[in-house]
Design a protein around this ligand. Structure first.
Ligand code: AGV
Ligand code: CA
Length: 314
């Protein structure tokens, strides 16, 4: 059975690698792509997305997919050093080898593109979000009837740990960045009936980029897709001595692989809420009687890396 999925991402290294891997997965049909101006600059992120579809999409993907720009805006903006990584991704030779670029941009803004594509579906489809939830929240506000067209949401975001990954003035450090970028959007999605799979820091903390992973990709760079992994992750710092604010994890790639292969990870339903403002803005908390979400809290690290590297070889 082919699973249909709409993918909304924010142009980071692991967002773009997620797009690449989605195109490689058996029995997955990508029905739409939206890009939000969060952990990226949107122009190179849209451009890199179109180039990835052009290079690795099927004939059907290339003919039917168009990449939608979001006009959603930050409540709390990402650091510029991280956002600049989209320019390097868009400049990689492997994405610029073949011209002309024929994969189109979508005519509608990303949240309206999502609404339109959901309405075209006969059966409910899955959503994969690897950046902030703003476009989904706006789509729900625009047309709440789309809920019946959504099977499940897979979202990289949030954490119930004491320590998140936001290190910013005025914040207490308890939030995860995708939630912090637009906390009210998380609340809007929590207020819906959508079934949520949350790939939070509990599991993504277990898949840092390490030198060992880098070397394993280098040893297999004869595979075009593995060389693409190595070059892409050359943009970002690995874990060496201890975790810093810039240490890179495979956050979104784990989320994307969990969507396709949930047996890589373990999960439990928890009841939760989100703090919308103040020093803990964007913090997700456990709460009795709160909103149920399926929290992915653990992962088989070796199986995950073997699986994602295997996909890149196809
Ligand atoms: O919080 C994780 C999210 C993921 O969607 N992003 C990166 C992933 O795409 C934000 C982020 C947190 N720490 C970062 C991030 C870092 N050190 N570099 C770049 N982005
Ligand atoms: Ca992301």
């Amino acid at each position: 059975m082919v699973r249909k999925v709409y993918f909304n991402h924010d142009g980071g290294v692991d967002d773009l690698i997620s797009l690449f891997l989605l195109l490689k997965m058996d029995d997955v049909q990508l029905v739409g792509v939206g890009v939000v101006d969060a952990d990226c600059y949107i122009e190179p992120a849209v451009s890199a997305s179109r180039k990835i579809i052009q290079r690795w999409g099927s004939e059907q993907d290339k003919a039917n997919l168009a990449v939608a720009w979001s006009d959603s805006r930050a409540v709390h903006q990402f650091p510029k050093q991280w956002r600049l990584q989209a320019f390097t991704m868009d400049s990689l030779s492997i994405l610029n080898e073949y011209k002309p670029l024929t994969v189109k941009e979508a005519p509608l803004k990303a949240h309206l593109d999502l609404v339109e594509i959901l309405h075209k579906q006969e059966e409910p489809i899955d959503l994969l979000f690897t950046g902030p939830l703003t476009d989904l929240a706006r789509a729900l506000d625009h047309d709440p009837s789309i809920e019946s067209k959504i099977k499940e949401l897979y979202w990289m975001g949030g954490t119930f740990l004491d320590k998140g990954n936001v290190e910013e003035p005025e914040h207490d450090g308890t939030a995860e960045w995708n939630a912090y970028w637009d906390p009210a959007a998380v609340k809007r999605v929590w207020d819906s009936q959508i079934k949520i799979n949350l790939v939070a820091l509990e599991s993504t903390n277990k898949v840092p980029l390490t030198l060992e992973v880098r070397d394993a990709w280098a040893a297999e760079r004869r595979y075009e897709g593995v060389d693409f992994l190595g070059n892409s992750y050359a943009n970002v710092p690995p874990l060496r001595h201890f975790v810093t604010n810039s240490t890179y994890f495979l956050w979104d790639v784990l989320t994307t692989c969990y969507f396709h292969k949930p047996e890589l990870a373990s999960s439990d339903v928890v009841y939760s809420d989100v703090i919308v403002d103040g020093p803990s803005a964007g913090r997700t908390i456990l709460k009795e009687g709160g909103r149920p979400v399926n929290l992915v809290h653990d992962v088989d690290r070796d199986a995950f890396f073997a699986y994602m590297t295997g996909l890149a070889k196809k």
